[in-house]
Unconditional design. Structure first.
Length: 419
């Protein structure tokens, strides 16, 4: 088997991975002409970085382009399957590179999956410049990446690719004779290319998978001149083959989390368990689910059962400790508990109303009797005057805590069955 044959056996999305800025489509806000990151790369002065965004938006590809542009040694690790032993091997390799005056770029995919100890182990090597870290994550790094590591990196946010960018990538796949299908006669309309671009929902990998699974079964290796006509029916069949019934970052992802939320709100524990199982069995990050349940506990239950938040937070912590597959029953326990709780959105509505007043009414002055008076001058002009220290007074004794313009305003409005 030749190197060419091996390359052909790779998925189309891997074969077609861009190697230069000219072939890299999308993310112009990060890497476009004149942008800071583009300038840093072109001047060979790149910082350690975190790439945050959905799958298929170019995080791994851009990391490889950067390594090639700066002639660095590119080492890729997966946070799911690697640990401190692997990192120690990378450090030794980086020391050898340093002796040869070559930079080392360590790319860690799904870096949010590394624990505190593993993330902390990176810090001294970033500080002394031995390695340049490029971490990729689909989760908000503010939640899962250690503050000490975040402070030593620049975070770049990757957006889902636009439909035009995805169609451009598909056209490149159809024209490229070495890596794509340029050696075959493929007939596909602009409308169907746009259809694939829309279905992919910003994910180039998904779009290329659809195209590949549409074309490959119809290729005749003995007749390269045979015309392959792509139809809507072939695209639909390809969709079934690549199993995007639950795309963790596509539209169905949001549909299913919405279905879970609404089932919980409607106190249907059976439906809630089903939608939970759909996510769990599709490999959804358990911490993402747990975070949504924590939010639900305050947004839809609130003061109707103040223990709901405690239970949801405990569930999140337990999932963090245990992980898959054991944490599935923990998520199930929290889902059923939340479904059975009494519901109240009084807090949610009240905060939104208070937030609206805070934005629209500007900086309303704090009443003088509520102001702190650390100096004699402040006391002399009335700061803190006539303030009633609540433990020394009857709580029913009247004292105004609102700004004058909002005097008597009530945000919390409980329904009869909520309090």
């Amino acid at each position: 088997m030749t190197l060419f044959d091996l390359n052909k056996n790779k998925p189309l999305s891997d074969r077609l991975r861009p190697e230069t800025f000219e072939d890299f489509l999308g993310q112009t806000a990060i890497i476009g002409e004149g942008k800071l990151l583009r300038k840093a790369i072109e001047s060979d002065n790149i910082p350690s970085m975190i790439f945050w965004g959905p799958p298929g938006t170019g995080k791994t590809t851009l990391a490889r382009v950067i390594a090639k542009q700066t002639q660095s040694d590119f080492i890729k690790m997966s946070a799911v399957s690697s640990g401190l032993k692997d990192l120690r091997e990378v450090i030794e390799r980086a020391k050898g590179n340093q002796l040869g005056l070559k930079k080392t770029i360590l790319f860690i995919d799904e870096i949010h999956r590394w624990n505190k100890t593993q993330q902390d182990a990176l810090l001294p090597h970033l500080e002394n410049g031995l390695i340049i870290l490029i971490g990729a994550t689909t989760e908000n790094p503010s939640f899962e990446v250690r503050g000490a590591l975040l402070s030593r990196t620049r975070v770049f946010v990757f957006e889902p690719l636009g439909k035009d960018d995805i169609v451009g990538i598909l056209k490149r796949a159809l024209k490229d004779k070495e890596k794509g299908f340029g050696g075959h006669k493929i007939k596909i309309s602009k409308d169907l290319l746009a259809l694939i671009g829309g279905i992919a929902n910003g994910d180039a990998r998904t779009a290329l998978n659809i195209l590949e699974y549409t074309i490959t079964p119809n290729i005749d290796t003995d007749d390269f001149k045979k015309e392959i006509k792509i139809t809507k029916e072939l695209i639909q069949e390809a969709l079934q083959r690549i199993n995007i019934l639950y795309d963790k970052n596509g539209e169905e992802h949001y549909n299913i989390i919405s279905a879970l939320h609404k089932s919980l709100r409607g106190s249907d524990e059976n439906a809630a368990l089903y939608w939970l199982a759909r996510m769990v069995e599709s490999g959804e990050d358990p911490l993402y689910i747990a975070r949504r349940l924590v939010r639900f506990a305050s947004e839809d239950i609130g003061l109707a059962n103040s223990q709901a938040l405690e239970q949801a937070v405990a569930g999140y912590q337990a999932c963090h400790f245990i992980g898959y597959p054991e944490c599935n029953v923990i998520l199930a326990q929290i889902v059923v508990y939340l479904a059975k709780c009494k519901k109240s959105n009084a807090l949610y509505v009240a905060y939104n109303e208070a937030s609206s007043d805070a934005r629209e009414l500007g900086n309303l002055p704090v009443p003088l009797h509520l102001r702190n008076a650390p100096t004699k001058f402040m006391k002399d002009i009335g700061y803190g005057k006539d303030y009633k220290y609540s433990p020394d007074y009857n709580y029913s004794e009247e004292q105004e805590y609102m700004p004058e313009k909002l005097k008597g305003k009530k945000y919390i409005k409980f329904k009869k069955n909520e309090n």
